[in-house]
Design a protein around this ligand. Structure first.
Ligand SMILES: *[C@@H]1O[C@H](CO)[C@@H](O)[C@H](O)[C@H]1NC(C)=O
Ligand SMILES: *[C@@H]1O[C@H](CO)[C@@H](O)[C@H](O)[C@H]1NC(C)=O
Ligand SMILES: *[C@@H]1O[C@H](CO)[C@@H](O)[C@H](O)[C@H]1NC(C)=O
Ligand SMILES: *[C@@H]1O[C@H](CO)[C@@H](O)[C@H](O)[C@H]1NC(C)=O
Length: 388
Protein backbone atom coordinates (compact mmCIF):
# COMPACT_ATOMS: atom_id res chain seq x y z
CA UNK A 1 0.00 0.00 0.00
CA UNK A 2 1.78 3.05 -1.20
CA UNK A 3 1.77 6.27 0.65
CA UNK A 4 0.55 8.17 -2.36
CA UNK A 5 -2.43 5.89 -2.63
CA UNK A 6 -3.26 6.52 0.99
CA UNK A 7 -2.99 10.24 0.53
CA UNK A 8 -5.12 10.12 -2.55
CA UNK A 9 -7.79 8.04 -0.92
CA UNK A 10 -7.80 10.36 2.02
CA UNK A 11 -8.30 13.34 -0.23
CA UNK A 12 -11.25 11.64 -1.88
CA UNK A 13 -12.80 10.82 1.45
CA UNK A 14 -12.33 14.22 3.00
CA UNK A 15 -13.75 15.81 -0.12
CA UNK A 16 -16.69 13.44 -0.10
CA UNK A 17 -17.35 14.23 3.54
CA UNK A 18 -17.27 17.92 2.94
CA UNK A 19 -19.54 17.61 -0.04
CA UNK A 20 -22.13 16.06 2.16
CA UNK A 21 -22.22 12.40 1.26
CA UNK A 22 -23.40 10.31 4.12
CA UNK A 23 -21.02 7.82 5.61
CA UNK A 24 -23.22 4.94 4.58
CA UNK A 25 -22.95 5.90 0.95
CA UNK A 26 -19.22 5.98 1.21
CA UNK A 27 -19.19 2.61 2.87
CA UNK A 28 -21.21 1.21 -0.02
CA UNK A 29 -18.75 2.72 -2.46
CA UNK A 30 -15.71 1.33 -0.77
CA UNK A 31 -13.55 -1.46 -2.08
CA UNK A 32 -13.83 -4.94 -0.66
CA UNK A 33 -12.21 -5.53 2.67
CA UNK A 34 -12.59 -3.19 5.55
CA UNK A 35 -9.95 -1.12 7.06
CA UNK A 36 -10.10 1.00 10.10
CA UNK A 37 -7.91 2.65 12.61
CA UNK A 38 -7.83 1.80 16.20
CA UNK A 39 -5.44 1.99 18.99
CA UNK A 40 -3.95 -0.54 21.36
CA UNK A 41 -1.42 1.68 23.00
CA UNK A 42 -2.66 5.01 21.88
CA UNK A 43 -0.84 4.82 18.57
CA UNK A 44 -2.52 4.65 15.20
CA UNK A 45 -3.34 1.16 14.06
CA UNK A 46 -4.25 0.05 10.65
CA UNK A 47 -6.63 -2.84 10.65
CA UNK A 48 -8.20 -4.58 7.79
CA UNK A 49 -9.22 -7.80 6.29
CA UNK A 50 -7.64 -8.56 3.01
CA UNK A 51 -9.35 -10.92 0.65
CA UNK A 52 -9.07 -14.33 2.15
CA UNK A 53 -8.22 -16.46 -0.81
CA UNK A 54 -4.77 -15.65 -2.08
CA UNK A 55 -4.05 -17.24 -5.35
CA UNK A 56 -0.84 -18.75 -6.46
CA UNK A 57 -2.30 -19.40 -9.82
CA UNK A 58 -1.98 -17.64 -13.09
CA UNK A 59 1.35 -16.33 -12.09
CA UNK A 60 0.38 -15.02 -8.87
CA UNK A 61 -1.78 -12.08 -8.73
CA UNK A 62 -2.96 -11.23 -5.26
CA UNK A 63 -6.57 -10.39 -5.30
CA UNK A 64 -6.87 -8.55 -2.11
CA UNK A 65 -6.10 -5.86 0.22
CA UNK A 66 -6.76 -2.50 -1.28
CA UNK A 67 -7.50 -0.27 1.65
CA UNK A 68 -11.05 0.91 1.63
CA UNK A 69 -12.25 4.43 1.69
CA UNK A 70 -14.14 3.74 4.86
CA UNK A 71 -10.88 3.19 6.69
CA UNK A 72 -9.46 6.38 5.35
CA UNK A 73 -12.60 8.19 6.36
CA UNK A 74 -12.34 7.09 9.94
CA UNK A 75 -8.73 7.99 10.06
CA UNK A 76 -9.39 11.38 8.53
CA UNK A 77 -12.20 12.12 10.93
CA UNK A 78 -10.10 11.09 13.89
CA UNK A 79 -7.30 13.38 12.80
CA UNK A 80 -9.12 16.45 11.73
CA UNK A 81 -11.45 19.02 13.05
CA UNK A 82 -14.68 17.31 12.30
CA UNK A 83 -16.95 20.00 13.59
CA UNK A 84 -15.52 22.13 10.85
CA UNK A 85 -15.93 19.36 8.31
CA UNK A 86 -19.54 18.88 9.25
CA UNK A 87 -20.34 22.54 8.93
CA UNK A 88 -18.68 22.50 5.53
CA UNK A 89 -20.97 19.66 4.59
CA UNK A 90 -24.00 21.67 5.71
CA UNK A 91 -23.01 24.73 3.76
CA UNK A 92 -21.83 23.10 0.63
CA UNK A 93 -25.08 23.11 -1.29
CA UNK A 94 -25.27 26.90 -1.22
CA UNK A 95 -21.80 27.46 -2.59
CA UNK A 96 -20.96 29.05 -5.90
CA UNK A 97 -18.45 27.41 -8.21
CA UNK A 98 -15.72 29.79 -7.11
CA UNK A 99 -16.37 29.18 -3.47
CA UNK A 100 -16.50 25.47 -4.09
CA UNK A 101 -13.06 25.55 -5.70
CA UNK A 102 -11.75 27.57 -2.79
CA UNK A 103 -13.13 24.97 -0.39
CA UNK A 104 -11.52 22.22 -2.39
CA UNK A 105 -8.17 23.98 -2.17
CA UNK A 106 -8.57 24.28 1.57
CA UNK A 107 -9.36 20.61 1.81
CA UNK A 108 -6.32 19.76 -0.21
CA UNK A 109 -4.16 21.78 2.16
CA UNK A 110 -5.77 20.09 5.11
CA UNK A 111 -4.94 16.69 3.66
CA UNK A 112 -1.37 17.71 3.02
CA UNK A 113 -1.00 18.82 6.62
CA UNK A 114 -2.21 15.51 8.01
CA UNK A 115 0.66 13.48 9.24
CA UNK A 116 0.58 10.01 7.84
CA UNK A 117 2.51 7.44 9.81
CA UNK A 118 5.01 5.64 7.61
CA UNK A 119 4.60 1.97 6.80
CA UNK A 120 7.81 1.28 8.71
CA UNK A 121 6.31 2.84 11.80
CA UNK A 122 3.10 0.86 11.41
CA UNK A 123 5.10 -2.34 10.98
CA UNK A 124 7.08 -1.64 14.11
CA UNK A 125 3.95 -1.06 16.15
CA UNK A 126 2.38 -4.27 14.85
CA UNK A 127 5.53 -6.33 15.49
CA UNK A 128 5.91 -4.92 19.01
CA UNK A 129 2.28 -5.67 19.79
CA UNK A 130 2.58 -9.20 18.47
CA UNK A 131 5.69 -9.72 20.55
CA UNK A 132 4.11 -8.31 23.68
CA UNK A 133 2.72 -11.20 25.67
CA UNK A 134 0.83 -8.94 28.05
CA UNK A 135 -1.49 -7.87 25.24
CA UNK A 136 -4.69 -9.79 24.56
CA UNK A 137 -5.28 -12.41 21.89
CA UNK A 138 -7.47 -9.89 20.13
CA UNK A 139 -4.60 -7.39 20.00
CA UNK A 140 -2.36 -10.09 18.57
CA UNK A 141 -4.95 -10.89 15.92
CA UNK A 142 -5.18 -7.25 15.02
CA UNK A 143 -1.42 -6.85 14.84
CA UNK A 144 -1.26 -9.81 12.45
CA UNK A 145 -4.03 -8.45 10.25
CA UNK A 146 -2.07 -5.22 9.98
CA UNK A 147 1.10 -7.03 9.04
CA UNK A 148 -0.78 -9.06 6.47
CA UNK A 149 -1.79 -5.88 4.68
CA UNK A 150 1.57 -4.19 5.08
CA UNK A 151 3.72 -7.01 3.68
CA UNK A 152 1.85 -6.85 0.43
CA UNK A 153 4.21 -4.04 -0.55
CA UNK A 154 7.53 -5.56 -1.51
CA UNK A 155 9.58 -2.95 0.38
CA UNK A 156 7.71 -3.79 3.55
CA UNK A 157 8.14 -7.51 2.94
CA UNK A 158 11.87 -6.92 2.57
CA UNK A 159 11.99 -4.95 5.83
CA UNK A 160 10.01 -7.46 7.85
CA UNK A 161 13.00 -9.59 8.81
CA UNK A 162 15.24 -6.61 9.56
CA UNK A 163 12.66 -5.41 12.04
CA UNK A 164 12.50 -8.78 13.77
CA UNK A 165 9.00 -9.42 12.45
CA UNK A 166 9.69 -12.58 10.51
CA UNK A 167 11.13 -14.30 13.58
CA UNK A 168 8.15 -13.37 15.70
CA UNK A 169 5.69 -14.46 13.01
CA UNK A 170 7.54 -17.76 12.56
CA UNK A 171 7.50 -18.34 16.31
CA UNK A 172 3.76 -17.70 16.37
CA UNK A 173 3.21 -20.52 13.86
CA UNK A 174 3.23 -22.67 17.00
CA UNK A 175 0.64 -20.58 18.84
CA UNK A 176 -2.17 -22.57 20.44
CA UNK A 177 -4.76 -20.43 18.67
CA UNK A 178 -5.49 -21.72 15.17
CA UNK A 179 -6.51 -18.29 13.92
CA UNK A 180 -3.13 -16.88 14.91
CA UNK A 181 -1.34 -19.78 13.21
CA UNK A 182 -3.41 -19.29 10.08
CA UNK A 183 -2.68 -15.59 9.76
CA UNK A 184 1.01 -16.17 10.42
CA UNK A 185 1.04 -18.66 7.54
CA UNK A 186 -0.70 -16.10 5.32
CA UNK A 187 1.85 -13.44 6.18
CA UNK A 188 4.77 -15.75 5.44
CA UNK A 189 3.15 -16.81 2.17
CA UNK A 190 2.42 -13.29 1.10
CA UNK A 191 5.85 -11.93 2.02
CA UNK A 192 7.71 -14.76 0.24
CA UNK A 193 5.66 -14.77 -2.89
CA UNK A 194 7.95 -14.05 -5.83
CA UNK A 195 10.49 -12.73 -3.36
CA UNK A 196 13.72 -14.79 -3.25
CA UNK A 197 15.14 -12.68 -0.40
CA UNK A 198 12.25 -13.40 1.92
CA UNK A 199 12.12 -17.03 0.74
CA UNK A 200 15.70 -17.52 1.96
CA UNK A 201 15.01 -15.77 5.26
CA UNK A 202 11.99 -17.95 5.89
CA UNK A 203 13.95 -21.10 5.05
CA UNK A 204 16.73 -20.05 7.40
CA UNK A 205 14.26 -19.48 10.21
CA UNK A 206 13.05 -23.04 9.75
CA UNK A 207 9.41 -22.27 9.01
CA UNK A 208 9.01 -24.76 6.16
CA UNK A 209 8.77 -28.02 8.18
CA UNK A 210 6.23 -26.42 10.53
CA UNK A 211 4.13 -25.25 7.60
CA UNK A 212 4.27 -28.69 5.95
CA UNK A 213 2.90 -30.15 9.20
CA UNK A 214 0.20 -27.49 9.37
CA UNK A 215 -1.28 -28.64 6.05
CA UNK A 216 -2.64 -31.61 8.02
CA UNK A 217 -4.59 -29.31 10.31
CA UNK A 218 -8.24 -30.21 10.82
CA UNK A 219 -8.99 -26.49 10.70
CA UNK A 220 -9.39 -26.25 6.97
CA UNK A 221 -8.52 -22.57 6.57
CA UNK A 222 -5.28 -23.12 8.41
CA UNK A 223 -4.43 -26.05 6.14
CA UNK A 224 -5.13 -23.95 3.05
CA UNK A 225 -2.99 -21.03 4.19
CA UNK A 226 -0.19 -23.35 5.20
CA UNK A 227 -0.16 -25.01 1.79
CA UNK A 228 -0.25 -21.61 0.18
CA UNK A 229 2.80 -20.58 2.22
CA UNK A 230 4.67 -23.80 1.42
CA UNK A 231 4.12 -23.20 -2.29
CA UNK A 232 5.21 -19.57 -2.07
CA UNK A 233 8.38 -20.40 -0.16
CA UNK A 234 9.66 -23.11 -2.49
CA UNK A 235 8.56 -21.72 -5.80
CA UNK A 236 11.54 -21.45 -8.15
CA UNK A 237 13.81 -21.88 -5.16
CA UNK A 238 16.25 -24.79 -5.30
CA UNK A 239 17.06 -24.77 -1.56
CA UNK A 240 13.41 -24.64 -0.75
CA UNK A 241 12.57 -27.50 -3.09
CA UNK A 242 15.33 -29.70 -1.65
CA UNK A 243 14.14 -29.03 1.87
CA UNK A 244 10.57 -29.67 0.77
CA UNK A 245 11.48 -33.20 -0.34
CA UNK A 246 13.65 -33.95 2.65
CA UNK A 247 10.93 -32.80 5.04
CA UNK A 248 8.32 -35.07 3.49
CA UNK A 249 6.53 -32.39 1.47
CA UNK A 250 6.07 -34.91 -1.34
CA UNK A 251 4.28 -37.33 0.97
CA UNK A 252 2.14 -34.48 2.29
CA UNK A 253 1.11 -33.48 -1.25
CA UNK A 254 0.31 -37.06 -2.23
CA UNK A 255 -1.77 -37.38 0.92
CA UNK A 256 -3.83 -34.32 0.03
CA UNK A 257 -4.25 -35.40 -3.59
CA UNK A 258 -5.45 -38.86 -2.69
CA UNK A 259 -7.80 -37.69 0.06
CA UNK A 260 -11.16 -37.64 -1.73
CA UNK A 261 -12.82 -35.70 1.08
CA UNK A 262 -10.25 -32.91 1.15
CA UNK A 263 -11.44 -29.39 0.35
CA UNK A 264 -11.38 -28.52 -3.35
CA UNK A 265 -9.14 -25.53 -2.60
CA UNK A 266 -6.56 -27.86 -1.13
CA UNK A 267 -6.83 -30.04 -4.21
CA UNK A 268 -6.38 -27.09 -6.54
CA UNK A 269 -3.43 -25.83 -4.61
CA UNK A 270 -1.64 -29.13 -4.34
CA UNK A 271 -2.13 -29.95 -7.98
CA UNK A 272 -0.77 -26.51 -8.92
CA UNK A 273 2.19 -27.18 -6.69
CA UNK A 274 2.90 -30.42 -8.56
CA UNK A 275 2.62 -28.54 -11.85
CA UNK A 276 5.01 -25.84 -10.63
CA UNK A 277 7.55 -28.32 -9.36
CA UNK A 278 7.51 -30.16 -12.69
CA UNK A 279 7.80 -26.89 -14.57
CA UNK A 280 10.81 -25.88 -12.50
CA UNK A 281 12.36 -29.25 -13.24
CA UNK A 282 11.79 -28.74 -16.98
CA UNK A 283 13.49 -25.39 -16.77
CA UNK A 284 16.57 -26.84 -15.06
CA UNK A 285 16.59 -30.05 -17.02
CA UNK A 286 20.25 -30.83 -16.31
CA UNK A 287 19.40 -31.50 -12.68
CA UNK A 288 18.43 -35.07 -11.81
CA UNK A 289 14.70 -35.61 -11.72
CA UNK A 290 13.36 -36.55 -8.30
CA UNK A 291 11.64 -39.98 -8.19
CA UNK A 292 8.55 -38.14 -6.95
CA UNK A 293 7.47 -37.40 -10.53
CA UNK A 294 7.86 -40.80 -12.17
CA UNK A 295 5.55 -42.57 -9.81
CA UNK A 296 1.96 -43.73 -10.11
CA UNK A 297 1.61 -42.95 -6.40
CA UNK A 298 1.62 -39.33 -7.55
CA UNK A 299 0.13 -39.55 -11.03
CA UNK A 300 -2.87 -41.73 -10.18
CA UNK A 301 -4.40 -39.43 -7.55
CA UNK A 302 -3.84 -36.52 -9.95
CA UNK A 303 -5.69 -38.46 -12.66
CA UNK A 304 -8.49 -39.30 -10.23
CA UNK A 305 -9.14 -35.60 -9.76
CA UNK A 306 -10.21 -35.37 -13.40
CA UNK A 307 -13.62 -36.67 -12.29
CA UNK A 308 -14.18 -33.45 -10.36
CA UNK A 309 -16.80 -31.13 -11.78
CA UNK A 310 -14.72 -28.10 -10.87
CA UNK A 311 -13.41 -26.70 -14.16
CA UNK A 312 -10.68 -24.73 -12.49
CA UNK A 313 -9.39 -27.87 -10.82
CA UNK A 314 -9.63 -29.83 -14.06
CA UNK A 315 -7.60 -27.21 -15.86
CA UNK A 316 -4.91 -27.28 -13.19
CA UNK A 317 -4.84 -31.06 -13.33
CA UNK A 318 -4.24 -30.96 -17.08
CA UNK A 319 -1.47 -28.39 -16.77
CA UNK A 320 0.23 -30.55 -14.15
CA UNK A 321 -0.15 -33.66 -16.33
CA UNK A 322 1.27 -31.83 -19.31
CA UNK A 323 4.37 -30.81 -17.35
CA UNK A 324 4.78 -34.27 -15.86
CA UNK A 325 4.55 -35.89 -19.30
CA UNK A 326 7.25 -33.63 -20.68
CA UNK A 327 9.78 -34.76 -18.08
CA UNK A 328 12.36 -37.35 -19.14
CA UNK A 329 11.39 -39.64 -16.33
CA UNK A 330 7.83 -39.93 -17.59
CA UNK A 331 9.05 -42.45 -20.18
CA UNK A 332 8.96 -45.35 -17.73
CA UNK A 333 5.34 -44.58 -16.97
CA UNK A 334 4.34 -43.88 -20.55
CA UNK A 335 5.24 -47.42 -21.65
CA UNK A 336 2.62 -48.66 -19.21
CA UNK A 337 -0.04 -46.14 -20.19
CA UNK A 338 0.95 -43.41 -17.72
CA UNK A 339 -1.07 -44.86 -14.86
CA UNK A 340 -4.33 -44.92 -16.85
CA UNK A 341 -4.11 -41.57 -18.60
CA UNK A 342 -6.10 -42.50 -21.70
CA UNK A 343 -9.24 -43.60 -19.89
CA UNK A 344 -9.13 -40.58 -17.61
CA UNK A 345 -8.83 -38.18 -20.55
CA UNK A 346 -11.71 -39.84 -22.39
CA UNK A 347 -13.97 -39.62 -19.36
CA UNK A 348 -12.98 -36.06 -18.86
CA UNK A 349 -13.69 -35.03 -22.44
CA UNK A 350 -17.09 -36.65 -22.29
CA UNK A 351 -17.82 -34.81 -19.06
CA UNK A 352 -16.64 -31.48 -20.48
CA UNK A 353 -18.90 -31.88 -23.50
CA UNK A 354 -21.87 -32.15 -21.13
CA UNK A 355 -21.01 -28.87 -19.47
CA UNK A 356 -23.77 -26.43 -20.32
CA UNK A 357 -23.22 -23.36 -18.24
CA UNK A 358 -19.59 -22.51 -18.80
CA UNK A 359 -19.39 -23.67 -22.40
CA UNK A 360 -16.45 -21.55 -23.46
CA UNK A 361 -14.30 -22.42 -20.50
CA UNK A 362 -15.19 -26.08 -20.89
CA UNK A 363 -14.14 -26.11 -24.50
CA UNK A 364 -10.81 -24.45 -23.60
CA UNK A 365 -10.23 -27.17 -21.03
CA UNK A 366 -11.18 -29.75 -23.64
CA UNK A 367 -8.53 -28.28 -25.93
CA UNK A 368 -6.02 -28.77 -23.14
CA UNK A 369 -7.19 -32.39 -22.88
CA UNK A 370 -6.35 -32.94 -26.54
CA UNK A 371 -2.99 -31.30 -26.09
CA UNK A 372 -2.12 -33.59 -23.19
CA UNK A 373 -3.19 -36.59 -25.23
CA UNK A 374 -0.95 -35.53 -28.12
CA UNK A 375 2.05 -35.10 -25.86
CA UNK A 376 1.38 -38.55 -24.50
CA UNK A 377 1.19 -40.07 -28.00
CA UNK A 378 4.43 -38.40 -29.06
CA UNK A 379 6.17 -39.67 -25.99
CA UNK A 380 4.77 -43.15 -26.50
CA UNK A 381 5.90 -43.10 -30.08
CA UNK A 382 9.36 -42.05 -29.00
CA UNK A 383 9.82 -44.77 -26.40
CA UNK A 384 8.41 -47.55 -28.55
CA UNK A 385 10.66 -46.84 -31.52
CA UNK A 386 13.18 -49.62 -31.94
CA UNK A 387 16.61 -48.11 -32.47
CA UNK A 388 18.09 -49.17 -35.87
C1 LIG B 1 -25.70 0.28 1.52
O1 LIG B 1 -25.87 -1.09 1.27
C2 LIG B 1 -26.78 -1.71 2.18
C3 LIG B 1 -26.76 -3.21 1.89
O2 LIG B 1 -26.50 -3.47 0.53
C4 LIG B 1 -28.15 -1.10 2.05
O3 LIG B 1 -29.05 -1.72 2.95
C5 LIG B 1 -28.06 0.37 2.33
O4 LIG B 1 -29.33 0.98 2.13
C6 LIG B 1 -27.03 1.02 1.43
N1 LIG B 1 -26.87 2.40 1.84
C7 LIG B 1 -26.87 3.39 0.97
C8 LIG B 1 -26.75 4.73 1.56
O5 LIG B 1 -26.94 3.21 -0.24
C1 LIG C 1 3.28 -4.38 26.45
O1 LIG C 1 1.98 -3.85 26.50
C2 LIG C 1 1.68 -3.26 27.76
C3 LIG C 1 0.20 -2.92 27.76
O2 LIG C 1 -0.09 -2.02 26.75
C4 LIG C 1 2.59 -2.05 27.94
O3 LIG C 1 2.32 -1.44 29.15
C5 LIG C 1 4.04 -2.51 27.87
O4 LIG C 1 4.90 -1.39 27.91
C6 LIG C 1 4.30 -3.29 26.61
N1 LIG C 1 5.60 -3.88 26.66
C7 LIG C 1 6.54 -3.63 25.77
C8 LIG C 1 7.81 -4.36 25.93
O5 LIG C 1 6.35 -2.88 24.84
C1 LIG D 1 10.39 -9.67 21.61
O1 LIG D 1 10.44 -9.64 23.01
C2 LIG D 1 11.60 -10.19 23.57
C3 LIG D 1 11.49 -10.08 25.08
O2 LIG D 1 10.22 -10.45 25.50
C4 LIG D 1 12.82 -9.45 23.08
O3 LIG D 1 13.99 -10.08 23.57
C5 LIG D 1 12.85 -9.47 21.56
O4 LIG D 1 13.92 -8.67 21.08
C6 LIG D 1 11.55 -8.91 21.02
N1 LIG D 1 11.55 -9.00 19.59
C7 LIG D 1 11.21 -8.00 18.81
C8 LIG D 1 11.23 -8.23 17.34
O5 LIG D 1 10.91 -6.91 19.24
C1 LIG E 1 -8.96 -36.04 4.46
O1 LIG E 1 -9.58 -34.77 4.49
C2 LIG E 1 -10.53 -34.61 5.50
C3 LIG E 1 -11.20 -33.30 5.30
O2 LIG E 1 -10.29 -32.25 5.29
C4 LIG E 1 -9.84 -34.74 6.86
O3 LIG E 1 -10.77 -34.61 7.89
C5 LIG E 1 -9.16 -36.09 6.95
O4 LIG E 1 -8.43 -36.17 8.14
C6 LIG E 1 -8.22 -36.31 5.77
N1 LIG E 1 -7.74 -37.66 5.77
C7 LIG E 1 -6.44 -37.95 5.79
C8 LIG E 1 -6.09 -39.39 5.76
O5 LIG E 1 -5.58 -37.09 5.80
Amino acid sequence: MGRSLLTFALLVVVTATALGFSRAEQVNNSASGSLFWSSANGAGHLVGSAETEESLDEHDEFDGGFPSLDGMLQWAIGHSDHVKLESKAQDVKQLSVDEMQKRQMELKELVEKLEMPSDAKLMKIAIDDLNNSSLSLEDHHRALEELLILVEAIDNANDLHKMGGLSVVTRELSNSDSGIRMTCASIIGKASQNNPIVQEQVLELGALPTLIMMVKSSFIEEAIKALYAVSAIIRNNQNGIELFYSEGGDVMVQGVLSNVTADVRLHRRSVSLVGDLAEYQLEYSSRPEPPFFSNCALVRPVLDLTTSDDLDLQEKVLIALKNLLMLRSSEVLVVDGFCGLKGALERMRYQLQQEEVRREYASDVEGLCKEVHLIYLEKLNKVSQVPT
